[in-house]
Design a protein around this ligand. Structure first.
Ligand code: FE2
Length: 220
Protein backbone atom coordinates (compact mmCIF):
# COMPACT_ATOMS: atom_id res chain seq x y z
CA UNK A 1 0.00 0.00 0.00
CA UNK A 2 1.40 3.33 -0.92
CA UNK A 3 -0.24 6.62 -0.19
CA UNK A 4 2.46 9.21 -0.64
CA UNK A 5 3.50 10.98 -3.81
CA UNK A 6 6.34 9.50 -5.80
CA UNK A 7 9.52 11.53 -5.43
CA UNK A 8 10.57 11.39 -9.01
CA UNK A 9 10.04 9.37 -12.08
CA UNK A 10 12.94 7.02 -12.71
CA UNK A 11 13.88 5.87 -16.13
CA UNK A 12 11.56 3.02 -16.85
CA UNK A 13 12.93 0.06 -18.68
CA UNK A 14 11.19 -3.03 -19.92
CA UNK A 15 12.03 -6.32 -18.21
CA UNK A 16 15.16 -7.79 -19.73
CA UNK A 17 16.12 -11.43 -19.73
CA UNK A 18 18.76 -10.90 -17.05
CA UNK A 19 16.07 -9.44 -14.76
CA UNK A 20 14.49 -12.86 -14.62
CA UNK A 21 17.09 -13.73 -11.99
CA UNK A 22 20.02 -16.04 -12.36
CA UNK A 23 20.54 -19.50 -10.94
CA UNK A 24 18.17 -21.74 -9.06
CA UNK A 25 14.50 -20.96 -8.60
CA UNK A 26 13.85 -18.87 -5.52
CA UNK A 27 12.46 -20.76 -2.54
CA UNK A 28 10.77 -19.26 0.49
CA UNK A 29 12.68 -19.73 3.74
CA UNK A 30 9.42 -19.91 5.71
CA UNK A 31 6.28 -21.92 5.10
CA UNK A 32 2.97 -20.41 4.06
CA UNK A 33 1.50 -21.28 7.50
CA UNK A 34 4.38 -19.50 9.25
CA UNK A 35 3.95 -16.50 6.97
CA UNK A 36 0.22 -16.26 7.70
CA UNK A 37 0.89 -16.48 11.42
CA UNK A 38 3.50 -13.72 11.08
CA UNK A 39 1.07 -11.56 9.11
CA UNK A 40 -1.58 -11.94 11.80
CA UNK A 41 0.90 -11.17 14.57
CA UNK A 42 1.25 -7.63 13.22
CA UNK A 43 -2.08 -7.15 11.40
CA UNK A 44 -5.53 -7.33 12.98
CA UNK A 45 -7.58 -5.14 10.60
CA UNK A 46 -9.66 -7.33 8.25
CA UNK A 47 -8.95 -4.85 5.43
CA UNK A 48 -5.21 -5.42 5.77
CA UNK A 49 -5.55 -9.21 5.98
CA UNK A 50 -7.78 -9.20 2.90
CA UNK A 51 -5.33 -7.01 0.99
CA UNK A 52 -2.41 -9.30 1.93
CA UNK A 53 -4.33 -12.43 0.85
CA UNK A 54 -5.34 -10.74 -2.40
CA UNK A 55 -1.80 -9.67 -3.27
CA UNK A 56 -0.62 -13.19 -2.40
CA UNK A 57 -3.15 -14.68 -4.81
CA UNK A 58 -2.30 -12.16 -7.50
CA UNK A 59 1.43 -12.89 -7.15
CA UNK A 60 0.81 -16.65 -7.37
CA UNK A 61 -1.18 -16.14 -10.58
CA UNK A 62 1.55 -13.95 -12.07
CA UNK A 63 4.30 -16.44 -11.14
CA UNK A 64 2.53 -19.14 -13.15
CA UNK A 65 1.50 -16.79 -15.95
CA UNK A 66 5.01 -15.41 -16.49
CA UNK A 67 6.79 -18.77 -16.40
CA UNK A 68 7.98 -18.81 -12.81
CA UNK A 69 5.81 -21.72 -11.65
CA UNK A 70 8.68 -23.13 -9.57
CA UNK A 71 8.82 -19.86 -7.65
CA UNK A 72 5.10 -19.64 -6.97
CA UNK A 73 5.52 -20.08 -3.22
CA UNK A 74 8.22 -17.39 -3.11
CA UNK A 75 6.11 -14.92 -5.10
CA UNK A 76 2.97 -15.70 -3.08
CA UNK A 77 4.56 -15.43 0.36
CA UNK A 78 6.27 -12.19 -0.64
CA UNK A 79 2.83 -10.86 -1.59
CA UNK A 80 1.34 -12.07 1.69
CA UNK A 81 4.01 -10.29 3.74
CA UNK A 82 4.63 -7.17 1.65
CA UNK A 83 2.73 -4.79 3.98
CA UNK A 84 3.69 -6.57 7.21
CA UNK A 85 4.66 -3.33 8.99
CA UNK A 86 1.96 -1.03 7.62
CA UNK A 87 -0.74 -1.43 10.28
CA UNK A 88 1.44 -0.93 13.35
CA UNK A 89 4.20 1.24 11.88
CA UNK A 90 2.66 3.33 9.07
CA UNK A 91 5.30 6.02 9.52
CA UNK A 92 8.04 3.43 9.18
CA UNK A 93 6.51 1.49 6.28
CA UNK A 94 9.17 -0.62 4.54
CA UNK A 95 11.68 0.49 7.19
CA UNK A 96 10.38 -1.67 10.04
CA UNK A 97 9.64 -4.65 7.78
CA UNK A 98 13.24 -5.96 7.57
CA UNK A 99 13.45 -6.23 11.37
CA UNK A 100 10.09 -8.02 11.69
CA UNK A 101 10.86 -10.37 8.83
CA UNK A 102 14.46 -11.13 9.86
CA UNK A 103 13.31 -12.07 13.36
CA UNK A 104 10.99 -14.64 11.81
CA UNK A 105 13.72 -16.16 9.62
CA UNK A 106 12.70 -14.64 6.30
CA UNK A 107 15.56 -14.64 3.79
CA UNK A 108 17.24 -11.45 2.59
CA UNK A 109 16.06 -11.81 -1.00
CA UNK A 110 12.44 -11.84 0.14
CA UNK A 111 13.09 -8.89 2.48
CA UNK A 112 14.56 -6.94 -0.44
CA UNK A 113 11.51 -7.75 -2.58
CA UNK A 114 9.14 -6.64 0.20
CA UNK A 115 10.97 -3.33 0.62
CA UNK A 116 11.21 -2.69 -3.12
CA UNK A 117 7.42 -2.31 -3.41
CA UNK A 118 7.81 1.08 -1.71
CA UNK A 119 10.63 2.29 -3.93
CA UNK A 120 10.80 6.06 -4.27
CA UNK A 121 8.23 6.58 -1.50
CA UNK A 122 9.40 4.83 1.62
CA UNK A 123 12.31 2.67 0.51
CA UNK A 124 15.44 2.92 -1.58
CA UNK A 125 15.40 -0.65 -2.83
CA UNK A 126 14.64 -0.47 -6.54
CA UNK A 127 12.54 -3.24 -8.09
CA UNK A 128 15.02 -5.24 -10.18
CA UNK A 129 13.62 -8.72 -10.69
CA UNK A 130 10.45 -9.31 -12.64
CA UNK A 131 8.67 -10.44 -9.44
CA UNK A 132 9.61 -7.21 -7.72
CA UNK A 133 8.32 -5.18 -10.66
CA UNK A 134 5.07 -7.14 -10.67
CA UNK A 135 4.62 -6.54 -6.93
CA UNK A 136 5.33 -2.83 -7.35
CA UNK A 137 2.71 -2.45 -10.09
CA UNK A 138 0.06 -4.89 -8.95
CA UNK A 139 -0.04 -3.88 -5.27
CA UNK A 140 -1.37 -0.43 -6.06
CA UNK A 141 -3.59 -1.65 -8.88
CA UNK A 142 -5.37 -4.28 -6.77
CA UNK A 143 -6.69 -1.39 -4.62
CA UNK A 144 -8.16 0.36 -7.65
CA UNK A 145 -9.60 -2.85 -9.11
CA UNK A 146 -11.24 -3.80 -5.83
CA UNK A 147 -12.78 -0.32 -5.51
CA UNK A 148 -14.20 -0.73 -9.04
CA UNK A 149 -15.53 -4.19 -8.20
CA UNK A 150 -17.32 -2.88 -5.11
CA UNK A 151 -19.20 -0.35 -7.28
CA UNK A 152 -20.76 -3.16 -9.29
CA UNK A 153 -24.02 -4.93 -8.44
CA UNK A 154 -22.02 -8.17 -8.29
CA UNK A 155 -19.43 -6.68 -5.91
CA UNK A 156 -17.00 -8.88 -7.79
CA UNK A 157 -14.11 -8.78 -10.25
CA UNK A 158 -15.64 -11.68 -12.17
CA UNK A 159 -17.66 -9.39 -14.45
CA UNK A 160 -15.33 -6.38 -14.35
CA UNK A 161 -13.91 -5.54 -17.75
CA UNK A 162 -10.76 -3.61 -18.69
CA UNK A 163 -12.94 -0.91 -20.28
CA UNK A 164 -14.62 0.00 -16.96
CA UNK A 165 -11.31 -0.10 -15.14
CA UNK A 166 -9.79 2.30 -17.69
CA UNK A 167 -12.66 4.73 -17.16
CA UNK A 168 -12.15 4.70 -13.40
CA UNK A 169 -8.39 4.99 -13.86
CA UNK A 170 -8.94 8.23 -15.78
CA UNK A 171 -11.36 9.58 -13.16
CA UNK A 172 -8.84 10.87 -10.64
CA UNK A 173 -11.56 11.53 -8.04
CA UNK A 174 -12.48 7.85 -7.94
CA UNK A 175 -10.45 5.93 -5.32
CA UNK A 176 -8.15 8.92 -5.18
CA UNK A 177 -5.83 7.11 -2.74
CA UNK A 178 -4.74 4.71 -5.47
CA UNK A 179 -1.88 6.46 -7.20
CA UNK A 180 -2.25 6.48 -10.99
CA UNK A 181 1.36 7.61 -11.18
CA UNK A 182 2.62 4.49 -9.40
CA UNK A 183 0.43 2.21 -11.51
CA UNK A 184 1.71 3.84 -14.73
CA UNK A 185 5.26 3.67 -13.52
CA UNK A 186 4.75 0.02 -12.61
CA UNK A 187 3.57 -0.79 -16.14
CA UNK A 188 6.58 1.08 -17.58
CA UNK A 189 9.00 -0.84 -15.39
CA UNK A 190 7.54 -4.09 -16.70
CA UNK A 191 7.65 -2.80 -20.27
CA UNK A 192 3.89 -3.33 -20.60
CA UNK A 193 1.12 -1.12 -21.85
CA UNK A 194 -1.38 -0.17 -19.15
CA UNK A 195 -4.03 -2.30 -20.86
CA UNK A 196 -1.88 -5.38 -20.47
CA UNK A 197 -1.30 -4.71 -16.78
CA UNK A 198 -5.04 -4.08 -16.31
CA UNK A 199 -6.08 -7.19 -18.19
CA UNK A 200 -3.64 -9.49 -16.41
CA UNK A 201 -4.30 -8.09 -12.94
CA UNK A 202 -8.07 -8.43 -13.34
CA UNK A 203 -7.56 -12.08 -14.32
CA UNK A 204 -5.19 -12.52 -11.37
CA UNK A 205 -7.78 -11.11 -8.97
CA UNK A 206 -10.53 -13.25 -10.43
CA UNK A 207 -8.34 -16.32 -9.86
CA UNK A 208 -8.21 -15.76 -6.10
CA UNK A 209 -11.38 -13.83 -5.29
CA UNK A 210 -13.37 -16.82 -4.03
CA UNK A 211 -10.48 -18.24 -1.99
CA UNK A 212 -9.82 -14.86 -0.37
CA UNK A 213 -13.53 -14.46 0.47
CA UNK A 214 -13.58 -17.94 2.04
CA UNK A 215 -10.46 -17.21 4.06
CA UNK A 216 -11.96 -13.93 5.30
CA UNK A 217 -15.15 -15.75 6.23
CA UNK A 218 -13.10 -18.14 8.36
CA UNK A 219 -11.35 -15.18 9.99
CA UNK A 220 -14.56 -13.50 11.11
FE1 FE2 B 1 0.03 -3.35 -0.40
Amino acid sequence: MKSLEKKSSDSAKPVKKEDRGAGAAKKSSISRDQALELLKKYNKEPFHIQHALTVEGVMRWYAKELGYGEEEEFWGITGLLHDIDFELYPEEHCKKAPELLREAGVSEDMIYAVCSHGYGICSEEEPRLEMEKVLFAADELTGLIWSCALMRPSKSTMDLEVKSLKKKFKDKRFAAGCSREIISQGADRLGWELDELFDKTILAMRSCEAAVAEAMERES
